[in-house]
Design a protein around this ligand. Structure first.
Ligand code: GLN
Length: 493
């Protein structure tokens, strides 16, 4: 029998329903795994051992009383950017040291209502700005497949917690790839929902027009399960969509008959790591064998996507992060005589280099004289990028794409060169700019045994289509079942 920490949420739920195990035993298995491997991997910033055991025992008692809520007793890890009532929420920044959230984010409240148990808070790039989790103020997180490699980011801690069986499932956030790219680097599943599908209330904002919360899981069925619990209109977030929430599990079929998949011409033009390219071609072939038809599509503004994203994201970040001034939240620098020096000292000492870089860049592109040339123009290009996807989805149901041009790289390899780092986001940021949805599923390994991810992109509110493709694909393959080596793995057959 598999150790409980290695199970998917749906397998764990089935066992709990049959009385074969309890939530408490699952939480204990998770806590044991964290004790074994997290001293090296550092996926968690805080672990709520006692509180999660209490929650688990309550879930077990409720189940004995006939309660059968959809996530009852399932241990979940939460990226440290989401507010969970009574827990610290640092966003991996010094500036939020000591801050304790007074309320639940809507996504958290909905998972809580569905019965989930919150085991701990995961590491991330500071304020979700980054692609490696190296920008955390609280230390690096290591990739369980090669511990001298980055786990990706910004939701690196959540990806590692899931991949190394230190959580059953986790939440991440994705502004420009932060769920999909770490999922690809660590070999788990990551879903960025369409903009507005999941409420952002209680998510510490990085770039409000791009941010989405989504699940990071061991398989696609779990991604559907978690999305089901979180999705839907929320009066507390006026950008959440009033659209009905479909039954996502019902969309999970095992064939792709009648499905047309688009292959963007601009995405397969070289520059891809050869192993990544090979795994993608193999994945496309598997989808064809499952009955899908493929068609070439064009996304002509791909070249402009990075510049567009880094102007808009930085502009929004510079406005959103103005609230961290040493007065209202967390850290306050000592030794200031007046409010202005308090703000300056607090922000100078509290923010890390990458956050400062974005605030400066964002303030610049919004400043008078530059606004039209940068911010306004970026918004126009954003509309063209959205139109490109609109035209592509007239020819196909979903698009197949890489997640990242390369597999995980070494810690420190790109951190000195922000531009190189930004260029790695080429296949993920267009999805956020267009407000559509994207799913990353494991699709094999490089020669060096590093995971590769396949990205399945769908139109706005097209989660059913991408979940269907992802599920059929993983059902026909075994990649998502692979676990990192014994050094960090708790998997026992
Ligand atoms: N790597 C991108 C950035 O640094 C995306 C981050 C994210 O999605 N939060 O902005």
């Amino acid at each position: 029998m598999n150790a409980l920490n290695t199970l998917t949420a749906h397998d764990l739920l089935a066992r709990m329903q049959q009385g074969e195990c309890t939530s408490e035993s699952a939480v204990r298995a998770i806590l044991d795994a964290i004790g074994r491997v997290d001293p090296v991997l550092h996926s968690y910033l805080t672990v709520n051992a006692e509180a999660s055991l209490t929650q688990a025992r309550e879930a077990d008692a409720a189940r004995r009383g006939g309660d059968d809520r959809p996530l009852l007793g399932v241990p979940i890890a939460v990226k440290d950017v989401l507010n969970v009532r009574g827990q610290p929420c640092t966003c991996a920044s010094k500036i939020l040291k000591g801050y304790v959230a007074p309320y639940d984010a809507t996504a958290i409240a909905r998972l809580r209502a569905a019965g989930a148990v919150f085991v701990g808070r995961t590491n991330m790039d500071e304020f979700a700005m980054g692609s490696t989790t190296e920008n955390s103020a609280y230390g690096v997180t290591r990739n369980p497949w090669a511990t001298d490699h980055v786990p990706g980011g910004s939701s690196g801690g959540s990806a590692v917690a899931v991949a190394a069986d230190e959580a059953i499932a986790a939440l991440g956030t994705d502004t420009g790839g932060s769920i999909r790219q770490p999922a690809a680097f660590c070999g788990c599943v990551g879903l960025k929902p369409s903009y507005g599908r999941v409420s952002r209330y209680g998510l510490t904002a990085y770039a409000s027009s791009l941010d989405q919360i989504g699940p990071m899981t061991k398989d696609v069925r779990d991604a559907a399960l978690l999305l089901q619990a979180m999705a839907g209109y929320d009066p507390l977030d006026s950008s959440s969509l009033p659209a009905p929430v479909p039954d996502f599990a019902a969309a999970l079929k095992t064939d792709l008959k009648g499905v047309t998949l688009g292959l963007p011409r601009e995405y397969f033009v070289g520059g891809l790591d050869p192993d990544v390219e090979r795994r993608l071609q193999e994945a496309v072939a598997v989808c064809r064998q499952l009955g899908a038809t493929t068609v070439e599509v064009s996304l002509p503004r791909t070249r402009q996507a990075i510049a567009t994203y880094y102007i808009i994201a930085a502009a929004e970040a510079s406005a959103n992060l103005a609230r961290f001034d040493g007065v209202r939240y967390g850290f306050r620098a000592a030794g200031s005589e007046d409010p202005l020096s308090l703000y300056k000292r607090t922000r100078a000492q509290g923010f890390g280099d990458e956050v400062k870089r974005r605030i400066i860049l964002g303030t610049y592109v919004l400043s008078s004289g530059y606004y039209d040339a940068f911010y306004l123009r970026a918004q126009k290009v954003r509309a063209l990028i959205r139109n490109d996807f609109g035209a592509a989805f007239e020819k196909c149901d979903a698009i197949l794409a890489p997640v990242s041009p390369t597999p995980a790289y070494r810690i420190g390899e790109k951190s000195a060169d922000p531009l190189q780092m930004y260029l790695g986001d080429i296949f993920t940021v267009p999805v956020n700019l267009a407000g559509i949805c994207g799913l990353s599923v494991p699709c094999g390994f490089t020669a060096a045994n590093l995971p590769v991810g396949l990205q399945i992109v769908g139109p706005a509110l097209g989660e059913e289509a991408i979940l269907r493709v992802g599920h059929a694909y993983e059902n026909a393959t075994e990649w998502h079942r692979r676990r990192p080596g014994s050094e960090s793995s708790a998997r026992q057959e």
